[in-house]
Structure formats: structure tokens, C-alpha cells
Ligand binder design. Structure first.
Ligand code: PTJ
Length: 242
């Protein structure tokens, strides 16, 4: 393990990178998951590595949608489990109806099993994904395989660190899609019903808190919220104070 001194200005970020590398070695994260992580880091810079007010607004709306859902599901890939397995289990604690399903782009039975095991080690039970019995129409990748008791039959799906084609395919099935994605330009961000533009491990505890103390209903326009996040990022980029 690399020695990362506490005094290093990027110690926290470097430690997360080390953990992600270890998760690749353990067969949890796919190698390309490191690339996805790096893209997330870059966009987080543009947020000043802080939850923006727009994400808080999106989180409040997401909490309302999830709590009103008949079959809410949290879709988990390798990066999500490696970064935030505990927070995912805690979210289920705040919304006991929430079902967890491992759904992978780079799917192998061994990876699905390892991820379900890792979730079990932090207290998750009945995690779906090992035995898919349904398909997402129009999605040819292995992410099209899902469980009817989970994503297949869900009315509201929370899909953090998603790729765009699945988000669109889920929407085409009539589902409400909530995503957590640091990139406000991604196809996922633009096609989801609610996009929380924030870092996963910051956003999940806020979502948990919102579920425990539900905010009152309010209008929500995802595109308008995304436009404000993009302006915020642009303002940071062009700030003369940097
Ligand atoms: O585990 P698998 O096999 O299902 O593969 C999963 C990956 C992540 C490899 C796959 O879904 C992928 O390639 O994702 P993308 O298309 O790179 O999209 C990931 C998105 O998540 C990007 O827009 C990143 O900016 C964003 N992202 C990365 N890390 C974080 C993040 N968003 C929030 N928090 C993060 N920590």
C-alpha cells in the first residue's frame, strides 16, 4: 500500500484511488471503472468538491419520488459498491421498501457474486442480480439482464454512475429514473427524470436524511436544474479568484 501522508493536500482523494485500485484487484470494480472514476474526479473539481444547492434540490425531489414508489430499486455497479456499499445499505435502512440489485455492464457471474458478498459484509441481505429473469427491451448489453423483483418490475429506479443507453431504455419502459452523476452533460444526466449532480458518497447520506425527514412537495424541472449546475461550473472555471 502506498504511503499517503495525512499532510498531503489530496490525501483523501489519493486514498479513494488506492481503494478503487484494491477493488479492481479484488474483482469488484472493472478496470474501466477507474476511468469512470477519473472522469468523476474531474467534474468534481468543477464543483469545488462540494455539494451544490442544485444537488440538494434534486435530492429533495428524489426522496419524494422514492418514498411514493411502489417498487423502488437501487441499481448497483462495481464502482458504486466499492465507493459506497455502507451508504447504500444505510439508504435502505431509511426506506425499507428499497430493493438492491447488482446490474453490471461488464457482467460475469463471479463479479456479481463478489459484489453481493461485499454488500452482505456491510449488512445487506436479499440483494438481487445473481439470477436475472427479465430483460430491459432495446438494451443489447449485459445490463439488459435484470430481475423482475427488482429493476424489471420497478416503478422508480435509482441508478448512480449510469451509462446513458440504459437510462433511456428504462425511461422507455415507463419507469421514473433518478441518477447521481457528476457529469451534468452526460446523456444519462440529460435523460433522467432527476439528476443529482454530486459525488456519490456525499449525495447518498443527504438522500438518506431527506428520506427520514421528507420535504414538502414542490415543482421540479430537471433540465432547468442541470442548466444552473452547468453555469455554476462555468463560473468556477472563469473565476479570476482561482
Ligand atoms: O461495474 P460495471 O461493469 O457495471 O461498469 C461500471 C462503469 C462505471 C465502468 C460503467 O458504468 C461506465 O463506464 O460508466 P461511465 O459511462 O463512465 O459513466 C460513469 C459516470 O459516473 C460518469 O459520468 C462520471 O462522471 C460519473 N462518476 C464517476 N464517479 C462518480 C461519478 N458520479 C458521482 N460520484 C462519483 N464518485
Amino acid at each position: 500500500m502506498t504511503n499517503i501522508p495525512d499532510s498531503h493536500p489530496r490525501a483523501k482523494s489519493l486514498r479513494v484511488r488506492e481503494a478503487m485500485k484494491a477493488a479492481v484487484d479484488a474483482g469488484l470494480v472493472h478496470g474501466t471503472g477507474l476511468i469512470a472514476h477519473g472522469r468523476g474526479e474531474a467534474f468534481d473539481y468543477l464543483l469545488g468538491e462540494q455539494t451544490p444547492p442544485e444537488a440538494k434540490e434534486a435530492i429533495r425531489h428524489a426522496a419524494r419520488l422514492l418514498s411514493n414508489a411502489k417498487q423502488p430499486v437501487l441499481s448497483l455497479n462495481g464502482n458504486v459498491v466499492a465507493l459506497a456499499a455502507r451508504q447504500c445499505v444505510a439508504l435502505q435502512g431509511a426506506l425499507p421498501d428499497l430493493r438492491l440489485e447488482v446490474n453490471l455492464f461488464h457482467r460475469t457471474p463471479a463479479r456479481v457474486e463478489a459484489l453481493i458478498r461485499a454488500l452482505g459484509q456491510v449488512g445487506a441481505s436479499n440483494v438481487l442480480g445473481m439470477h436475472p429473469d427479465a430483460r430491459i427491451p432495446g438494451l443489447d448489453s449485459d445490463r439488459g439482464q435484470c430481475c423482475q423483483a427488482g429493476i424489471g418490475g420497478a416503478d422508480v429506479v435509482l441508478v448512480p454512475l449510469e451509462d446513458g443507453d440504459r437510462c433511456q431504455a428504462l425511461k422507455a419502459m415507463g419507469k421514473t429514473v433518478i441518477t447521481i452523476d457528476l457529469n451534468p452533460l452526460s446523456r444519462t444526466a440529460r435523460s433522467a427524470d432527476v439528476t443529482i449532480v454530486d459525488e456519490l458518497t456525499r449525495a447518498l447520506p443527504l438522500l438518506e436524511a431527506a428520506l427520514e425527514d421528507l420535504p414538502p412537495p414542490a415543482d421540479y424541472d430537471n433540465n432547468a436544474v442541470l442548466a444552473r449546475v452547468r453555469l455554476r461550473m462555468a463560473a468556477l472555471m472563469t473565476s479570476p479568484d482561482l
